[in-house]
Ligand binder design. Structure first.
Ligand SMILES: Nc1ncnc2c1ncn2[C@@H]1O[C@H](COP(=O)(O)OP(=O)(O)OP(=O)(O)O)[C@@H](O)[C@H]1O
Ligand SMILES: [Mg+2]
Length: 360
């Protein structure tokens, strides 16, 4: 069979030829490179079947296989990036163990989870699934917990970026590191990208010094780039200081939702208490009474309370060598040692912020 691989055509002609044969469009330079490969492939295929397969068959076969090779390469590259960025798989339990009444669970379900999972219904009604959201609220209220729970509910990867990671090469490099992280993340699919304490990289440019300003500017540039990507990536940011964020960051069009995460109601406290009680060696406990005693406690306060109670029970049994069961009495001893994070002042400020900044 004649080897046509030496045929030379101008890049523009190659591009035109490939388009006529396959319907695929390539830049002239790339097309010229592809054309020489297609000619080799034509020769190779023809040798294989014992007859001239023709330009059309050879071109289509080559492009189809090339796509497969590109797909394979992309998924290999994604795995590599996931690895480098410390991606985690989160189980669905974390979402299921949040009480339905705990704000903002229902809101997150309605505005984030369902539009992303019910894709064709979203398309039918013109609902645009979210690409970037922000949680704000006092420390320990469950912002990080919600970000993880979303990844679990969606069965997507979870990647957490702490500003301290971006600062590891010095303050001057934060902007460049942020750009690099976001560029890598844009290649991924089905990922929740969580940026904690993001006020540190998106603080108001009025109050910030020169370096801070450039970081905020970089972040402002990166959000639309991420949002324009066709892949399934949800950027979730969290902050305790929504007031300190740059005004441009909070403008509509950047974040699809700005969601307050505040205190727990009775039901929310009950669910968390039940979860932690199941890990203790307990006697009789009136749950309703315990729920009332921890009003003003954040999930982080409750978690801390249970660590203290567990340590106390452990030491009691060590000292007495008798089975020690945690009761309401035990809690009554430990609770006064813990100051609830949500004081009236904190709640008041948070409520003000919720009115001013929420967008849901
Ligand atoms: N149902 C729940 N909702 C929220 N948090 C929970 C729940 N159950 C347990 N927690 C635990 O409460 C702790 C505090 O939550 P989390 O770290 O998400 O708070 P945060 O708002 O991100 O705090 P910070 O502002 O300090 O980062 C975590 O250890 C989390 O696992
Ligand atoms: Mg957090």
């Amino acid at each position: 069979m004649k080897d046509n691989s030496q045929e030379t055509l101008s890049p523009e002609t190659c591009s035109k030829k490939i388009f006529e044969l396959t319907g695929a469009k390539f830049e002239p330079d790339i097309a010229a490179d592809l054309w020489s490969k297609i000619l080799k492939h034509k020769w190779f295929l023809s040798e294989k079947v014992g007859r001239d397969v023709g330009y059309r068959v050879a071109s289509i076969d080559f492009i189809e296989n090339m796509e497969q090779a590109v797909d394979e390469y992309m998924s290999y590259q994604r795995l590599d990036i996931l690895n480098q960025m410390g991606a985690q798989r989160i189980g669905r339990e974390i979402w299921d163990t949040i009480s339905d009444s705990q704000p903002p669970k229902q809101l997150v379900q309605r505005r984030i989870i369902l539009p992303l999972t019910e894709e064709s219904l979203s398309r039918k009604h013109g609902v645009v699934p979210p690409k970037a959201i922000t949680f704000f609220g006092p420390p320990g209220t469950g912002k990080t917990h919600f970000a993880k729970a979303i990844a679990g509910a969606l069965s997507w990867w979870y990647i957490e970026i702490a500003p301290s990671m971006l600062m590891s090469d010095g303050v001057e490099k934060i902007g460049a590191n942020l750009r690099e992280v976001m560029e890598r993340a844009r290649n991924l699919d089905e990922v929740v990208l969580f940026i904690d304490e993001f006020d540190e990289i998106a603080s108001s440019r009025d109050a910030a010094d020169r370096i801070d300003k450039s970081i905020t500017n970089e972040f402002l540039k990166q959000i639309p780039l991420l949002k324009n990507q066709g892949n399934k990536i949800l950027l979730v940011c969290a902050t305790n200081y929504i007031r300190q964020l740059d005004a441009a960051m909070l403008r509509p069009g950047r974040f699809d939702c700005i969601i307050p995460v505040g205190g727990l109601d009775k039901d929310g406290r009950t669910t968390i208490l039940e979860y932690y009680l199941s890990k203790l060696n307990t006697g009789e406990i009136d749950l309703d009474q315990l729920v009332d005693r921890v009003s003003g406690f954040t999930p982080a306060d409750i978690q801390y309370l249970f660590h203290q109670v567990a340590q106390f029970a452990f030491e009691q049994e060590l000292a007495t060598q008798k089975d020690y069961r945690v009761t309401l009495e035990t809690f009554a001893q430990i609770i006064p040692r813990i100051t609830p994070s949500l004081s009236d002042d904190v709640i008041k400020e948070f409520e003000k912020d919720s009115v001013l900044y929420s967008r849901i």
